[in-house]
Structures are given as C-alpha cells and as structure tokens.
Design a protein. Sequence first.
Length: 313
Amino acid sequence: MAHELVAEVWRGDFVESVHHGSVVALDRSGDAALRVGRPDDVTYPRSSNKPIQALAMLRQGLDLDGELLALACASHSGEDFHVEGVHRILAGAGLTEADLQCTPDLPIGEAALRAHLRAGRGKEPKYMNCSGKHAAMLATCVHNDWPTQTYLDFGHPLQVAIRETLEELAGERIGAEGVDGCGAPLFGISLTGLARAFARITTSTDPLERRIAAAMSGHPEWVGGTDRDVTRLMRALPGAVAKDGAEGVYAIALPTGEAVACKIADGSSRARAVVMVAALRKLGVEAPDDLATVPVLGHGRTVGAVRPSPALV
C-alpha cells in the first residue's frame, strides 16, 4: 500500500516525526470527496469491523439492544460497568466467563488498569477489550444451537455469516483473512468498503441496522470508555457511529450519510483521531476542536502538537 503523509508531530517549531497513511471520505451520495494514499487497497479493519460483526449476529437471532448491544460492538476500556455487562450477556445465554475464548488481557483504560493492578488482579479474558464481542458471539451460538467450543473457527456458521454480512455492507469481496488479536477470524477489505459499510448502518431503514446505530450512538461510553476519543467523538456528533481499531484504523459515519475511514501506516494510535477530525472537516462536518490535535509534552507541559498534514488541511 502506497501511503501518504497524513500527520506531523511538532515539538516547538520543528517537525520531529511524521505519520503516513491512507484516508477516504465519502459525501452524502457515497462519492469520494477526499482520497489520500491508497484507500482502495485491502487492509485489516481490525476492531472497526465490530459493528458489522454485531449486525451479523443480530441477523442470526442475537437478542441484545441498548448498552449491551453497544458492548458487543466495543473495544471497551475494562471499566467495572463493561465487565459487568459482559457477565450479563453471558448469563442471559446460560454461560459463564469460562466459556470466553478471547485472549486473557488487562484493561486498556488507564484508570481501569490502575485500579485493576492495585487490586492485585492479573490477565483474564473478561477484561480483554473484545470480551463484549466474544460474549455476544457465544450468545448467538446458543440461540442457534451451534457449538460454542469452536465459535472462532473460520468454518463455523457464525463466522460464515459474519463474512457474508461484511461483504454485503462493504460492497466488495473479502481480500484477505487472518486472526485478530483476540483470536477471532479477521477479514480484510478496503478503507472505501469500510466507509461504505458504516454509511449503510447510519442511513439504513432496516430495523436491525438501525438498532446497531442507535445502540452505539446512544451509548458511546460502552463502545469505548469514559474518556476515550471514540466516545468523545460520538458524543460531539449526535447520531454518528464511530469505531476505532488496532494498528491505526478508524471509521465513522454520520446519520446524514457522510463517512470516513483511515489507516495510520505505522499502526500508531496517536495520529488517528487527528486525521479523522481533519477528514471530517473536509466534508464540512463541525468536528470537535479537542480532538483536532494531540499535545506533545515536554517535562509535563505542552510544547507542541500532532497536527494533520497539509494534504488534510
């Protein structure tokens, strides 16, 4: 993939580092109003796929709504309410945390991690940021009498349904297969296809797709965490559906149909929100100022900023 410069890291009046990547911004008609890099090349959306995965589960009979459906779409911070929600999803299917097959991990939220370590706890699957998705996957299997022990196999009916749903919403065939950090199958599509899929969810009249949009935009703290940038972005843009992903991926769509998907080439998360806000502003969206740059610190004080590249300003 031939990425382009998308962000600059300024320390004082000097550009210390740069980030390359690819970006696509679709207007209300679905046309590309902005293209940087190679957004039509295949990439792994990582956790930005989760709303589409959750939609596939709803289509297969998963009975979740509101905050628990948002948790199924989440890369949660591991706060107490997130972990309690995972237990609620599992209990509703007659399961326990022992049934989770996601990778044991620590909370990714800073405050949640500090509290976790103070309590002397270690890595467990329920604290892994994908545990809401895995709990929902298991609940979908129980509903359909599918085996729960093999729910992460590529040939499992659940994963086949997820693949088909992603191809439908993205409007393209899967271009790569891999295993995500949580152990679930991972399907690669283009950034353009990812933006198209998000726009479909926020503008659809289909009841199940509308449930995904309502759950995420209505409960953004369940999708991320108390002070995560994905949470703040959805709070600032009512009706928007946004999802961050590992390795510098981010996607968002508005209820009016505009959508953006981006990938930071080096996998860093620090430039991700900066690039997203700049691309949204290119579409004429009034994106929040507090995410437009990221502070660069020197001895605990702000001495510079991560800023969008000239191509995005």
